[in-house]
Design a protein around this ligand. Structure first.
Ligand code: IPE
Ligand code: IPE
Ligand code: MG
Length: 257
């Protein structure tokens, strides 16, 4: 199937049962580049283009929210040259793509501890969040310097402070309240997680939010993840029986004779 025929939602995908929110772990950039005989950073550059195209696809197909894992709290362990390249790439992309995203009605937010990022990048992030804050077509969340455990620890710290100040009682701490203190506070939990490149782990991504996400793992490397690959992920998603602890929709009554 050419990408042209995928301009609109493919007819075998049920528009009534689309995920509201899809999370992606964009993995395999380095391996893609190595296989092409290129430096790893060439994979990151191409991977950025793939993310841009996926965001367009969300708009075209009517899917409301995309959360992409761009840099984890663990990714600081990479060689400085690669980390520096990524930071410059993020900043350059924001500068270059913001106007087009804004025009397309994309609302961009960032998840993670942004304070550790280069100041010029922080400024671009802030500008893009403010400028797109009222857009409604697609919510686009980019996780940068994000780690789920540190996010949950931060929420605990905030809640503890409120209790310490007497603004909250311990009895008031429930799942909703904790969720309000996560970076993702205002969105839906992801319905579908996609991880590319054959790795089958979460790598500290959205551990709380993905309690009931459907997981889809593909061997496709991120720089090759196109609309056709996303189409396959949606078909797999629509084939799942989402039970949330209840009985299968096709189950017989428990007490029938
Ligand atoms: C994912 O691709 C991108 C980032 C973590 C920024 P990788 O760089 O992890 O690619 P592989 O896993 O080495 O192939
Ligand atoms: C996860 O990929 C983080 C991002 C995609 C940003 P990694 O390539 O860093 O994950 P591990 O190290 O293989 O678990
Ligand atoms: Mg990787």
């Amino acid at each position: 199937m050419t990408s042209n025929t995928l301009k609109t939602l493919p007819p075998d995908v049920d528009p009534q049962h689309l995920p509201k929110h899809v999370a992606v772990i964009m993995d395999g950039n380095g391996r893609w580049a190595t296989r092409q005989g290129l430096p790893r950073v060439a994979g990151h550059r191409r991977g950025a283009g793939v993310l841009k195209e996926l965001l367009r696809c969300f708009k075209d197909w009517g899917i409301g929210e995309l959360t992409a894992y761009a840099f984890s709290t663990e990714n600081w362990r990479r060689p400085t040259a690669e980390v520096d390249f990524l930071m410059v790439l993020f900043e350059r992309l924001l500068r270059k793509e913001l106007a087009e995203m804004h025009q397309a009605g994309v609302r961009i937010t960032f998840l993670g501890d942004l304070s550790a990022l280069p100041l010029s990048l922080q400024a671009e992030m802030h500008r893009s969040m403010v400028e797109t804050a009222n857009n409604e077509a697609v919510r686009f969340n980019v996780a940068i310097n994000y780690g789920s455990r540190s996010e949950i620890a931060r929420a605990c710290r905030q809640v503890a402070e409120l209790i310490y100040l007497g603004e909250l009682t311990p009895e008031a701490v429930d799942e909703n309240l904790v969720a309000q203190h996560l970076y993702t506070k205002s969105g839906y939990d992801p319905d579908l997680l996609i991880r590319t490149s054959g790795e089958k782990r979460l790598s500290n991504f959205l551990l709380w939010q993905m309690a009931y996400a459907e997981m889809y793992f593909t061997d496709t490397l991120w720089p090759d993840f196109d609309r056709a690959a996303f189409h396959q992920a949606l078909l797999a998603y629509q084939d799942r029986d989402r039970r949330f602890g209840g009985p299968s929709k096709s189950a017989k009554p428990a007490l029938s004779a």
